[in-house]
Design a protein. Structure first.
Length: 369
């Protein structure tokens, strides 16, 4: 009997890649005999992160649309056509039972081709406001896994299942002193100081980095210390600030330790960042990116804010904001716990296993082709 095969497409940022990897891990746990193949975009982050997680990946030549540069979009029609041809060839060769998309440049071509060839397609939409590609793909998707209520505004209600967003399984909610101290030691920091984790996203965020830089001396003078992920694009500018009060990181591989070390998290408002922060009941200050599709980060963050589960700051205000004046309220442990608990109550946390179980049950002993 032919082995079950599944293609998973993701990419661009960690917010699309890490959910895909967690779904893949759950699929393998539930059915070790299943074969998985990832499809991503050439020269993007997924081409490194997916193999590092132990899964094979094929890259296709595709890019997103640049809203602020017509020149950068000149090759888009050519890349789209070639990526579609490549996607059809991948499907003809691999003959999967299903194709899963979690977002990213490559998801559009491979899911479109899969739908055209009558393969079952599944979408995992992380945000409360989906992009145009997923809205279009959702019309022909077999099922759409979402993380927010009221998504029937965007997708056919009969196809929607709200399982929440997958979070990395190595993240554990451990608040004991031994774990916290070990995590802070890992980053070369004091055991006793108030610790701020700054994550501008997997690729970094220039305005957040500038805001942290302008506040750095004030924070340190007020007995705070930082774990600061600058992102690879800006690490060279800030790496010389590394000290026993500020651990400057290009990319944090051990996010489990970073979260354990932190009293509070300063972050973009990507859906997966929010899911992980909430899963760990961490209080947060969220700075949504204004440059994302349909302003979905602001909508993600507002969902927490209206439930008293975060502090929300506009990117344009952040560089001129006294970060310590906001952070000092979080030095009150009772206040921190209240904000963190409010965030924890908003989300479901078995998403990857539930998604994998649903797909496996549907393809069990069945082949679309």
């Amino acid at each position: 009997m032919r082995r079950n095969k599944i293609i998973i497409s993701c990419g661009g940022t960690g917010g699309h890649i890490f959910p895909a990897i967690e779904i893949a891990k759950s699929l393998k746990t539930l059915n070790p005999n299943i074969d998985l193949l990832f499809v991503g975009a050439i020269n993007k982050m997924e081409m490194v992160k997916v193999p590092k997680a132990g899964f094979p990946i094929i890259g296709i030549w595709i890019q997103g649309l640049y809203r602020q540069s017509v020149f950068k979009n000149l090759l888009f029609p050519v890349k789209l056509f070639i990526s579609l041809i490549h996607s059809f060839l991948i499907l003809l060769y691999y003959r999967p039972c299903a194709v899963i998309g979690t977002g990213g440049f490559a998801t559009g071509p491979i899911l479109f081709a899969a739908s055209a060839m009558n393969y079952k397609t599944y979408i995992q939409e992380q945000n409360c406001f989906p992009g145009l590609t997923n809205k279009l793909l959702g019309k022909r998707a077999h099922k759409i896994f979402v993380a927010h209520n009221d998504m029937d505004v965007f997708f056919p209600i009969k196809k929607i299942i709200n399982f929440g967003n997958p979070v990395r399984k190595n993240l554990k909610m451990k608040n004991d002193i031994k774990t916290i101290n070990a995590a802070r030691s890992f980053f070369g920091l004091s055991h006793n100081k108030f610790t701020i984790l700054v994550i501008g996203g997997s690729l970094g965020a220039e305005p957040i980095n500038k805001g942290v830089y302008s506040n750095l001396n004030s924070l340190i003078q007020n007995d705070c210390q930082l774990i600061w992920q600058t992102g690879g694009l800006e690490y060279e500018y800030y790496k010389n600030l590394n000290s026993n009060n500020c651990s400057v990181q290009n990319f944090i591989e051990r996010m489990d330790l970073a979260y354990s070390a932190a009293d509070i998290v300063v972050s973009r408002a990507g859906a997966i960042a929010i899911a992980e922060i909430s899963f760990l009941a961490k209080p947060s200050i969220l700075i949504p990116s204004p440059h994302v599709t349909d302003d979905h980060q602001n909508k993600n963050a507002y969902y927490l804010k209206k439930n008293n589960a975060t502090i929300l700051i506009d990117e344009s205000d952040f560089i001129n904001t006294s970060l310590f004046n906001i952070v000092k309220d979080f030095k009150d442990e009772q206040y921190r716990q209240q904000i963190g608990d409010n965030a924890w109550k908003l989300f479901n946390y078995n998403a990857a296993d539930n998604i994998a179980n649903t797909i496996i049950n549907e393809i069990k002993n069945k082949h679309v082709k």
